[in-house]
Each structure stands twice: as C-alpha cells, then as structure tokens.
Design a protein around this ligand. Structure first.
Ligand SMILES: NC(=O)c1ccc[n+]([C@@H]2O[C@H](COP(=O)([O-])OP(=O)(O)OC[C@H]3O[C@@H](n4cnc5c(N)ncnc54)[C@H](O)[C@@H]3O)[C@@H](O)[C@H]2O)c1
Length: 267
C-alpha cells in the first residue's frame, strides 16, 4: 500500500542517510533529502575529510524521483532546519518522520591531545537537537501524530568508549541521552523517538575513520562473525523499521545494528 507519510532525512547526500532516504521513498513516503554539501569547502565542515558535495545531493534527489525534494542546509543552523521543516509542510502539508543521520567524525589521538570537542558537539549533538526542535512541533500539530517517528543515527560509540575517538564517543553518548529525553517528553502524544546505532559500515565516514587510525578499512570490521563492514542498505533497512508505524514499539530504545559487536557476540 502506498504511504502518504512525509519524511525529512539529514545527511542524505550519501552513505547511510542517502540509502535511508531512497528506501523510505521506495516504501511510498515523500522525502525531503537534506545535506550541507560542504564537500568542496573543507573550512565549512570543520573536519579534515571531504563531506558530501552538491553533486552527491543531486544524485540522491534523482534517485528519489517525484517522491522527493532536496534542501541544502547545515544542521548546526537552527533557522535553516526550521525552513527545511517548512519546506516539507509547503510541499506536502505534513511531516511525519525525521531521520537525523548527518554527523562528522574526528579523532585519532588520546583525549588530552585532541584540539577541541566543539565541532563534534555542534554537528553531531546540536545538529540532532536542531532537527528535533524543527520537526517535532510539526509532527504534534499534524494529522496523524501516532504515525510520527523521530530516529537519530547514533553509533556503537554511543554506548562504548572507542579507542582514540573520545569526542565522537562523547557526542554519540549525548545523542542517545537526547533521544531518551525526547522519548520521555513524547509519552502519550503518539510521536515516538528512538536511536539506531550502526557498527562499522561501508561509507566515506568509515574511510575517514580508517585514515584516523592509519589502518586499512577492513580492519574496522565489527566482529569475527561479521567479516568486513556492514552495507549502508542494511542500516537503512533497520532505520526504516524504526520509522514505520510498527516502529512505535521502539520508543526510547537504542537499536544496535552492528553485526553482533556490542551484544556480546564479538566472536
Ligand atoms: N559508517 C560507519 O561506520 C558508522 C558507524 C556508526 C555510526 N555512523 C553514523 O551514521 C550516520 C551517517 O554516517 P555515514 O557513515 O553515512 O557517513 P557519511 O560521511 O557518508 O555521511 C554523513 C552525511 O552527513 C552530511 N553532513 C555532515 N555534516 C553536516 C552538517 N553540519 N549539516 C548537514 N549535513 C551534514 C555529510 O555531507 C554526509 O552526506 C552518522 O550519524 C554517523 O555518525 C556511521
């Protein structure tokens, strides 16, 4: 059955966000694909690897066909996130689902040698906060709050201390706290909030992480049970369940999508 719900996906130009946007569109949702497209201007991203480009976002937009629009915006910019939420309402009159996938990674040194926590807190935590504050009022005021889902993409780093990634660990732990607090505030409204925590997944961020560690990408496999990284389409399928009407059972939950690494199945 074709779904009439409308979704906003951040970090949608590539990787897990792009695959999630496209899968939701395949499932019949209308999708606003949002990205900062800072790929060609590293000074704008605050990290030393290339983020997605305008061409990447255009590719996602083309994959969405007539089920999607794209918006260039930085999740750190609360006003721009309000405008993106308004774009969904202008186009389709409702906003039911938000997936906060935009994030950056930095590290590769012990905490006391890291230059700053600021960029990761601003993008990975305040960005999720800005996404929630922009979309939740529209969900609560919309025609079907019980079909509304807020899903943040956290990480294994949200529940564990990954080596030489102290700022990323701190940011992703904060994302999980944010989602739990939001879920508590939403009890009784029908709208729900949850987090999905991927393990090592085959995207540009994993390449950047391997460079931080100075190791080949495949050394970041999640466990001996899961050789090589996960496929971003597998993570997208997990997120899509969290976004579904049935995903309401996950309110306040953190779903590990890591091939067994965090669940004691490290092999
Ligand atoms: N790849 C992994 O191994 C892995 C593991 C655990 C968690 N994650 C999480 O999955 C999510 C998606 O990451 P990915 O692996 O697809 O990485 P990616 O770098 O391919 O995608 C991240 C996207 O976010 C966008 N983005 C970055 N900063 C932004 C900003 N300020 N405003 C708007 N857009 C911005 C980038 O342009 C890019 O398109 C992230 O939250 C990441 O922390 C990834």
């Amino acid at each position: 059955m074709s779904e009439r719900r409308v979704a906003l996906v951040t970090g949608a130009a590539r990787g897990i966000g792009a695959e999630t946007a496209c899968l939701l569109a395949q499932q019949g949702l209308r999708v606003v694909a949002l990205d900062s497209c800072a790929g060609d201007e590293r000074g704008r991203s605050g990290v030393d690897y290339a983020l997605a480009s305008r061409d990447d976002l255009r590719t996602t937009r083309e994959r969405l066909g007539d089920r999607g629009i794209s918006v260039e915006a930085d999740v750190r910019d609360a006003a721009a996130m309000e405008a993106a939420s308004a774009a969904a309402l202008d186009r389709w009159g409702r906003l039911d689902v938000a997936v906060a996938a935009a994030a950056v990674i930095a590290g590769g040194r012990p905490l006391w040698e890291e230059p700053s926590l600021d960029t990761l807190l601003e993008v990975d935590v305040v960005g999720v906060w800005n996404t929630a504050t922009a979309v939740v009022p529209a969900m609560l005021a919309g025609p079907d709050p019980s079909g509304c889902r807020f899903v943040a993409v956290a990480s294994t780093a949200g529940t564990r201390g990954l080596f030489h990634l102290a700022a990323y660990n701190a940011a992703k732990h904060a994302v999980i706290g944010l989602v739990r607090g939001l879920a508590a505030d939403l009890v009784g409204t029908g709208v729900t909030a949850s987090a999905v925590s991927p393990g090592a997944t085959d995207t540009a961020m994993l390449e950047a992480t391997a460079r931080l560690y100075g190791v080949p990408r495949d050394d970041l496999s999640v466990s001996r049970l899961q050789r090589g990284p996960l496929d971003p389409r597998e993570i997208a399928a997990t997120i899509a369940f969290a976004c579904s009407r049935e995903g309401r059972v996950l309110n306040g939950s953190v779903v590990s999508a890591d091939g067994g690494a965090a669940g004691g199945a490290a092999g």
